[in-house]
Ligand binder design. Structure first.
Ligand SMILES: *[C@@H]1O[C@H](CO)[C@@H](O)[C@H](O)[C@H]1NC(C)=O
Ligand SMILES: *[C@@H]1O[C@H](CO)[C@@H](O)[C@H](O)[C@H]1NC(C)=O
Ligand SMILES: *[C@@H]1O[C@H](CO)[C@@H](O)[C@H](O)[C@H]1NC(C)=O
Length: 517
């Protein structure tokens, strides 16, 4: 009996020793930023951890009894941006607009009553804090609970973030994902990338970070370390990339790639009406959506007219995610709706083409569904994603400012009728799916690793605190330059001196005889 008790106690101790309190914070109110981490919260809570998530998109799944979601759907009020208009602004102004967006958003989140309760409650304890990897006041949660920090990104890391944590972020080899190119840069692109890196560093340091630091002071309290220091003190960084779709770059051992589509799932049955429409599309169907952030209703009237005229002349059924109730002059083969079950539509065998803004989650879904792509990028990582799509042969690119019936129609026909695009997509899907474990499994394992060891500071790059002039060898180049110059000066001086000496001796030798003449 005693033995049994001892065994039971030991078993319980082992089973629950790992049960941890986890706090997740995903501030950006965008479906695509949130769904990437849904499976992670689900899996961690099902493994017995107590997971609390501050999110704009709660799953509200009652069967996940260990998951508490702090509902911040209200944050969507800040998402009412017209990204087409934002693109018209000069780059520096765009950065200010985004800075303001983040300040308002973060203030809304951390001043929320439930969040404030969490911050002020002295009995609350967390073993690890997982925060979306922007330099925001939300990073202060790690200091508040004095526990390890895991950074999360639903995309690749930004160049700025990589640079801050001492990961190679060379502006020529690894331009930021917000730039419209990603490989083999021309000279002007190299200038643009270098200039953009400097500009972002400057604006972060002198405008954006001080405003976030003020929010920390106001809503967390005084005596918090600088946000930059909290960021650098991270234990792990989970980025949503994989080595097949994304370009190869060196990543530190504590940067874990969870990409390949954590949010992908098997096909659910379609609503009957949609199922019938797609079944009847014998010539094929096109799915057209610019995602949840960029809105089709913000396209210019001209562009919209050209698009509708194009669709009218095509034999394909078109499903267009359009945010207004009605759209004038829609031809019979076009169906509009504010929302479509995208993953399920893409997996219907009659869907031949996805016209997309090129957001990473949409691309993962279409690759997984073997549907080729026309990318119409607007902002964020979309430009470089679509450049990548084109270079890997998965589809073609169109500029949203230059959509005319002729080029739109010929591009659509090309991607649908030439089988090489679908073939490349299928090939890529096979490569991406061939991994030793899923991205979610990898993320869970490394999260529990951080919990088990109370952080992983030894995995940080020792170069994290290296000054930039040392990193770029500028001091050594300067020193070498100085030595070379000194050597050249010495040589010149010696040469001159020798010449002078020669002349002196020559004068001395020939002076007398010459004078004798
Ligand atoms: C919740 O966590 C407990 C252990 O803390 C575990 O026994 C239980 O299975 C978990 N519940 C769910 C639904 O995952
Ligand atoms: C760094 O993290 C550790 C816990 O992992 C914590 O004890 C320490 O205070 C943190 N330092 C800063 C500057 O955030
Ligand atoms: C609808 O089409 C007609 C004829 O092609 C045109 O005159 C009218 O301006 C169009 N309406 C809109 C709102 O584009």
């Amino acid at each position: 009996m005693q033995l049994l008790c001892a065994v039971l106690v030991a078993f319980v101790a082992i089973k629950y020793s790992i049960c941890a309190n986890i706090l997740g914070v995903i501030p950006v109110p965008s479906h695509s930023h949130q769904v990437v981490f849904w499976p992670l919260w689900k899996e961690l809570s099902q493994r017995g951890h107590k997971v609390t998530v501050i999110t704009s998109d709660p799953m509200n799944n009652p069967s996940l009894e260990n998951l508490t979601e702090v509902d911040l759907r209200s944050a969507y009020q800040f998402m009412n941006l017209n990204f087409f208009q934002l693109q018209e602004e000069p780059a520096w102004k765009g950065l200010f607009t985004f800075g303001e967006f983040f300040s308002n958003l973060l203030e809304h989140i951390i001043s929320n009553d439930k969040v404030q309760q969490l911050i002020r409650d002295k009995t609350t304890h967390f073993d690890v804090v997982m925060v979306e990897a922007f330099h925001t006041s939300a990073l202060a949660f790690a200091s508040r609970f004095n526990c390890p920090l895991i950074l999360l990104s639903s995309l690749d890391g930004t160049s700025y973030a990589y640079g801050e944590i001492g990961n190679p972020a060379h502006p020529i080899l690894h331009p930021d994902y917000a730039l419209p190119f990603y490989n083999d840069l021309t000279f002007t692109q190299r200038i643009e990338s270098a200039w953009s890196t400097l500009r972002i560093k400057f604006l972060q340091k002198y405008f954006y970070l001080p405003s976030q630091q003020k929010l920390v002071e106001k809503y967390f309290g005084p005596d918090y370390p600088p946000i930059e220091d909290i960021f650098k003190n991270y234990s792990m960084f989970f980025v949503n990339t994989n080595n097949v779709f994304h370009s190869i770059r060196p990543r530190l051992p504590n940067i874990v790639q969870i990409g390949g589509g954590t949010h992908l799932r098997k096909r659910n049955p379609l609503p009957v009406k949609l199922q019938n429409v797609l079944d009847d599309a014998k010539d094929g169907a096109i799915y057209f959506s610019l995602g949840s952030n960029v809105k089709s209703k913000h396209l210019s009237d001209d562009t919209r007219r050209e698009i509708l005229e194009t669709f009218k002349e095509l034999p394909y059924t078109v499903l267009w995610k359009f945010e207004n109730e009605n759209l004038p002059n829609v031809s019979e083969n076009v169906i509009i709706s504010k929302w479509f079950p995208q993953q399920d539509i893409l997996q219907h065998p009659n869907v031949k083409l996805f016209i997309t803004q090129g957001g990473l989650q949409s691309l993962e879904e279409t690759i997984f569904s073997h549907v080729p792509i026309i990318g119409i990028p607007v902002m964020g990582d979309q430009m470089s994603n679509v450049a990548n799509v084109v270079s890997k042969g998965l589809g073609l690119h169109l500029d949203y400012k230059d959509i005319r019936k002729e080029n739109f129609k010929s591009t659509i026909v090309k991607v649908i009728q030439n089988p090489k695009y679908r073939k490349s997509v299928i090939e890529m899907a096979k490569f991406i799916e061939d991994q030793p474990e899923t991205g979610v499994e990898r993320a869970v394992w490394w999260t529990e690793y951080v919990i088990r060891h109370g952080g992983a500071p030894y995995m940080r790059n020792p170069g994290i605190d290296l000054p930039w002039y040392q990193y770029y060898l500028l001091d050594i180049i300067g020193f070498a330059f100085f030595i070379t110059m000194a050597a050249i000066c010495a040589l010149v001086a010696m040469w001159k001196l020798t010449k002078k000496l020669n002349r002196l001796t020559a004068d001395h030798i020939f002076e007398v005889p010459l004078g004798c003449r």
